[in-house]
Design a protein around this ligand. Structure first.
Ligand SMILES: *Cc1c(COP(=O)(O)O)cnc(C)c1O
Ligand code: SF4
Length: 439
């Protein structure tokens, strides 16, 4: 007979609290966790053995009415009750009254994902890839979720018909070579349904890679079963991005889930969100990225917190992110360093931001500084046989014989830089100056 094998003293304590008439082995059964997600404040108090004061509890309950709560027993068990107010797990899982603060610049769709949405489940923002929202639910509702307005909203559950429309859109657009399944959490779908979606997408010849964004390895690692992994393996090249925000989330159970995915040949990336009071510290971040690479997860992005409604208490100045990057670049392994990005409001997409390393330059030399403060020069080449590109790859000496550049596809600064494009400036349409011209 199986016995419960909670991961730690805390989860054992929590399992003991929850156990009533449960079957042995329930704690490692992901379905059990989903059937027992914690959705009300009194249960949080009971399981953690804490008591909020009356006012605080009333405010939390009001918050839940606007942005529902759902926490897996596993994730709740990672909270240290003695210091819950500053606990990084608690802060990501349990609602704070500050979520009801709406600041003037907060948006319910700060990234304008809905505007760039040609069919209901697809956001097509970048030239060669799409975001495909295939699930509206999550194992846990993160308090810092940028899609707070959608998660937990049962009306927003994508139905098979909408998913079919999404697949059809991808099929009709040969420029899409990368499909990113997201949500909600795609791993909330039953294995056979996800299997079907992946099969449909894989059958589209122009789709080169499929990616899945999931927080399951963090909040419900037991969901990463052998069956799930066996199914995923059929769809290589398949990449997975997870979201660990604090080193305490990398438990031995989470590590096992990551190992299963990595052993299946799935490259793993991590997208952290910079959160005030949770991980806004260079040392926390350094520990996190180092633990991630030990688990074969490559830190991919560090996100500046979005301007979504209900997130203002999580926002840090951009300067905090720069300070963190300054403490990572050069100080630790290059592949442990994520790219720090701001997802620009209004649909501008992800914009990388970095400390400045190039200090100055002349025609002959570039002056750079390193992480230690060493200032060095790099000598530019005395002679450079510059290639002037006419967009005709077949006759070019650089040997990319099967490509002809389609000029109409040139976008943005790359277009200004291209030798064979006459565009000399990018000008906003709605300036007064432009209006005078059209008069
Ligand atoms: C983040 C994102 C992607 C993927 O961007 P990468 O930089 O390639 O990871 C695609 N579409 C949308 C709408 C996104 O927000
Ligand atoms: S897992 Fe992602 S989509 Fe789901 S609640 Fe958390 S941040 Fe939002």
């Amino acid at each position: 007979m199986m016995t419960i094998t909670p991961d730690s003293a805390e989860s054992k304590r929590m399992a003991d609290q929850i156990r009533t008439t449960e079957e042995p082995g329930f704690w490692t059964d992901w379905r059990w966790h989903l059937n027992h997600t914690i959705r009300d404040i009194p249960t949080v108090e009971r399981l953690l053995g804490i008591r909020f004061d009356e006012q605080e509890r009333a405010a939390m309950e009001e918050t839940i009415l606007k942005f529902p709560m759902s926490v897996t027993p596993y994730y709740l068990s990672l909270i240290k009750p003695e210091e819950y107010r500053h606990d990084p797990i608690f802060l990501q899982a349990v609602p704070q009254p500050q979520e009801l603060i709406v600041e003037a610049h907060d948006h319910c769709d700060p990234l304008s994902e809905d505007l760039d949405s040609p069919v209901p489940c697809i956001t097509h923002r970048y030239p060669d890839r799409v975001l495909f929202v295939v699930s509206a639910t999550c194992a846990m509702y993160c308090r810092h979720c940028t899609r707070k307005r959608k998660v937990g909203d049962t009306d927003a559950v994508p139905i098979k018909d909408e998913i079919l429309q999404g697949i059809e859109y991808i099929r009709k657009h040969p420029e899409i070579r990368d499909v990113l399944l997201s949500g909600g959490d795609p791993f909330m779908l039953p294995d056979d349904f996800l299997d079907w979606i992946l099969g449909e997408i894989r059958a589209i010849p122009h789709v080169e890679i499929i990616r899945i964004g999931t927080r399951v390895p963090v909040v419900l690692p037991y969901r990463v079963t052998d069956d799930l992994v066996r199914m995923l393996k059929k769809y290589h090249p398949l990449w997975i991005n997870v979201q660990f925000n604090h080193p305490r989330e990398i438990t031995s159970v989470a590590a096992r889930a990551l190992a299963r995915l990595a052993d299946a040949g799935i490259p793993l990336g991590n997208q952290s969100v910079l959160l005030a009071g949770v991980n806004d510290c260079p040392w926390i971040m350094k520990r996190l990225v180092q633990r991630l690479v030990m688990n074969r997860v490559r830190p991919y992005y560090l996100y500046q917190c979005d301007l979504s409604e209900g997130l203002s208490h999580f926002r840090t100045p951009v300067a905090k992110g720069i300070e963190i990057m300054e403490n990572l670049i050069g100080h630790t392994s290059g592949f442990a360093v994520p790219t720090y990005v701001i997802d620009a409001p209004g649909g501008g997409g992800k914009i990388p931001v970095m400390p400045t390393y190039m200090i100055s330059c002349s025609v002959h030399k570039v002056v750079l500084r390193n992480y230690e403060g060493v200032i060095s020069t790099y000598e530019e080449p005395a002679a450079y046989d510059r290639i002037t590109c006419d967009g005709n790859c077949r006759d070019c000496r650089l040997q990319l014989p099967d490509l002809d550049i389609d000029e109409t596809r040139l976008v943005g600064i790359a277009r200004l830089l291209a030798d064979y494009d006459d565009t000399i400036s990018l000008v906003p349409e709605d300036t007064e100056r432009m209006e005078r011209r059209s008069d």
